[in-house]
Design a protein around this ligand. Sequence first.
Ligand SMILES: Cc1ncc(COP(=O)(O)O)c(C=O)c1O
Length: 433
Amino acid sequence: MKGPKLWKLAKEIIASGNMLLSKNPDVFLPKLWPAYFKKTKGCFIWDLDGIKYIDMSTMSVGTNVLGYNNSKVDKAVKNVVQNGNMSTLNCPEEVYLARELIKAHKWASFAKFARTGAEANSIAIRIARSFNKNHNIAICGYHGWHDWYLSTNLSSKDGLKDHLLPGLSSIGIPSNLKNSVHPFKFNSIDSFKKLVETKKIGVVIMEVARSQRPKKDFLLEIRKICNRKKISLIFDECTTGFRENYGGMHKLYKVYPDLAVFGKAIGNGYAITAVIGRKEYKKFAEKTFISSTFWTERIGPSAALKTLEVMKKQKPWKVIKKNSIFLRSEIIRIAKKNDLKIKISEVPSIMAFSFDSNKHREYKTYLTQEMLKANIIAGTSIYLSISHNKKIIKKYLNTLEKIFKVIKKCEDGKNIYKFLNTPLCQSALKRIN
Ligand SMILES: Cc1ncc(COP(=O)(O)O)c(C=O)c1O
């Protein structure tokens, strides 16, 4: 297999082997993971040996709601490549995209674009800190790799345990950031109130949902407290935005932030992220220095404009939601039938499950190994796209049923290691909020 060989080289000459932990082959199947792709289409991936797989994982961590190589989005990008991606003048598409995002979010009146989620969150944090005289931040969720976020762990090694990973090192993060960022528990208004009362919070940044949906009035309570205490509220919708509806998921709960951040789905695989904000924040976004060369390239906003146009017409969330609800209920049914205890997240379009067993990592490795034998790329997170049809989902479920039967036998005493052809997978992100 060419992939594992190349990965071996990658680990020698690229720090950590690649650029994203969630695509690290060792997080899936050490030594056997195909690791690299030659081409993609719909929900299919071809590896370097030309072997075709169904992607039943996260479709590139949530970037491709419209499937890989969506022909309409690709056509818009090809058009840019033909006519020029960069110039000394600006691209008009960024203005059209700002207009479209503002139209979709009536509370917002300006936008700013970047190319990664972490960058966009840092922009939002800078704007909010410029606006607000209190600079301490309350976080809830994963918001990227930047110093301000990782500084959460300066005061406690487990600050980010429930939001990213347990025991994450804060090496390289300036110690003077200590005590500036504080985590709170999702769906716990008490944990939020406690922070606000004790830590001089000026900015709140949070995901609207992840493995859990917000409890009734949780977001509303946060909004009210922020209003009362003059705290800036940012919704990080890098993952949730444009998956369940046109725009941020916050629109479904009718609670509106001061700034919102979008990423992943809005470019359908092309790099583009966005911050939008209320009118009164614009002046402060202009007072502070926020500027970058490649934020001006044209592929990102052109891809996003076409993606949003296709989404508006196709409403992919309708099909994805229906299929995801079916898939989720079938996973639960198969687990029950085999008397296996699993935990499964609440939001079907960003689904994840785990085995409620001290052998979770063994079982996850086995699952990935057996799925791969059936030409399915899979871990325990599943983000469906518009390209996943019932036939594909059923193939996955049939394979899952066979896997769950073996796992059940292992729960009853068989040795799981007898079934494993690779070392155990490494721990992936633990985002429990
Ligand atoms: C909610 C959220 N915010 C921020 C990020 C970081 O985005 P990126 O990896 O593009 O920097 C992610 C990525 O997983 C995310 O899910």
